[in-house]
Ligand binder design. Sequence first.
Ligand code: MG
Length: 159
Amino acid sequence: MSRTGIGIDSHAFADGRRLILGGVEVPHERGLAGHSDADVLTHAIVDALLGAAGLGDIGQHFPDTDLAYKDADSLELLRAVLSDLEAAGLQATHVDATVMMERPKLSPHREAIRARLAGVLGLELGRMNLKATTGEGMGFVGRGEGVAALAVATLGPRG
Ligand code: MG
């Protein structure tokens, strides 16, 4: 039986920070503010996986009040959640994600990000889809104030 979960996250742009999306550094004059590395895309995927597994949300697992997660590599958080899934007899079978960002363009980095995430998730490339869209000048995304990400994850029994 398959199970599905949804995840959503957003982070504000800030000076003096790196822009990390799916574990890949995307060159830009500003990065994202956050307690961890502020990898908004990985956070959305983590929440989608936790949702599908019925295991709560990222804030419960990795509180931003915990100094252990200060500037944490979000791929490490993803790996920790994958271990929890494994312990629950589950594995990711498909992830679809969308990054909403006005600038910079995601397309030059899309395949690198996709490959990085597929590798960590243990998915073939065709099962890790990554999409990008802008805010068409509207809202916090459109004004370039921050980046949002959405993800849907499907889990199946561990093979
Ligand atoms: Mg976040």
